[in-house]
Ligand binder design. Structure first.
Ligand SMILES: NC(=O)C1=CN([C@@H]2O[C@H](COP(=O)(O)OP(=O)(O)OC[C@H]3O[C@@H](n4cnc5c(N)ncnc54)[C@H](O)[C@@H]3O)[C@@H](O)[C@H]2O)C=CC1
Ligand SMILES: O=C(O)[C@@H]1CCC=N1
Length: 279
């Protein structure tokens, strides 16, 4: 299978590296494009062994599956550039924030096979979490193809499209929240006397371990939390501080704010005069 990335930035590179590291796809079967002004992105892709081009249509010509990995504001221009090169044999996978399947379909030739995915950057280390929704012209087997591809870089699940904005608020944006949690825990460790390097490692392993316990034991996180907190012990004192600061409420607010931002981005990112050419 040949994979193309239109847009060669952070998320495209994370997916490409994860795919290559999985051993399922070799770098020479991946091509990525970016405009001349963004040469650095293509240099980074070249150093991974990917093919590169400034021509978005060339990506389509050389790929079976085409990831739209550009910012939402660039989707309609990119779609108009690739539309003439698209055939019914191509699968178009958009990872763009907020842009709906219907919008993308309306920018491409009729019956284009479109999938909307919300991945996240931990795909780079094959610990990603992706949710995907299938477009109206997708064929039998397309969902399996996408699931197989995304599973090589982490967890992948099909959802109704209405859930993609909430997925964005949680797992799409979530790594940024968790990096801040790691940074904050590490700062705490440094404050009480740990060396910075060790504090960062302990914080990261703590998140990794807690996440693995949730996933591998199937036990509810509240029960696992209770199991750490001995009566009158240290953890409940720490927890009291977190809850006094409104930890869970803040996390809920963060997911909701990011979800709303995704919805609003989709509403305003595309022009009204959508193209809809015959294939
Ligand atoms: N960074 C993240 O954690 C995630 C990003 N996304 C989505 O992925 C998309 C890309 O995001 P990032 O990789 O973070 O952005 P980025 O800024 O790192 O990369 C964007 C890429 O698009 C290229 N580009 C701009 N105009 C173009 C055009 N006309 N034709 C071809 N390429 C063009 C840029 O040169 C760059 O290579 C966005 O829609 C974002 O919402 C989705 C999930 C997670
Ligand atoms: O923040 C952003 O715009 C992108 C979408 C999901 C994660 N990063």
């Amino acid at each position: 299978m040949k994979i193309g990335f239109i847009g060669a930035g952070k998320m495209a590179q994370a997916l490409a590296r994860g795919l290559i590291n999985s051993g399922r796809i070799t770098a020479e079967n991946i091509i990525a494009s970016s405009p001349k002004r963004d040469e650095l992105f293509l240099e980074q892709c070249k150093s991974m062994g990917l093919n590169t081009t400034h021509e978005n249509a060339e990506v389509v010509q050389k790929s079976d599956v085409i990831f739209l990995a550009v910012k939402p504001v660039h989707v309609s221009k990119v779609a108009s550039e690739i539309a003439p090169a698209l055939s019914k044999e191509h699968l178009v996978v958009s990872i763009a924030l907020g842009i709906t399947i219907r919008n993308i379909e309306s920018l491409l030739p009729t019956k284009s096979r479109v999938v909307r995915v919300m991945p996240n950057t931990p795909s780079v280390v094959r610990a990603g979490a992706s949710a995907f929704a299938m477009g109206s012209a997708c064929r039998d087997g397309d969902a399996e193809t996408v699931e197989r591809l995304l599973s090589t870089v982490g967890f992948a699940v099909e959802v109704p499209e209405i859930q993609i904005d909430p997925v964005t608020g949680l797992s799409g944006s979530g790594p940024s929240y968790m990096f801040s949690v790691i940074e904050g825990l590490a700062d705490g460790g440094v404050k009480v006397g740990l060396p910075r390097d060790l504090a960062i490692k302990l914080a990261a392993y703590t998140l990794l371990g807690a996440a693995k316990m949730v996933l591998e034991t199937g036990i509810h996180p509240a029960q696992l939390k209770d199991d750490v907190q001995s009566p009158g012990g240290s953890s409940v004192y720490g927890m009291h501080k977190l809850e006094s600061g409104g930890l869970k409420g803040i996390l809920i607010d963060a997911v909701e704010a990011a979800t709303n931002r995704s919805r609003a981005t989709g509403d305003k990112a595309l022009p009204r005069d959508f193209r809809n050419t015959e294939m």
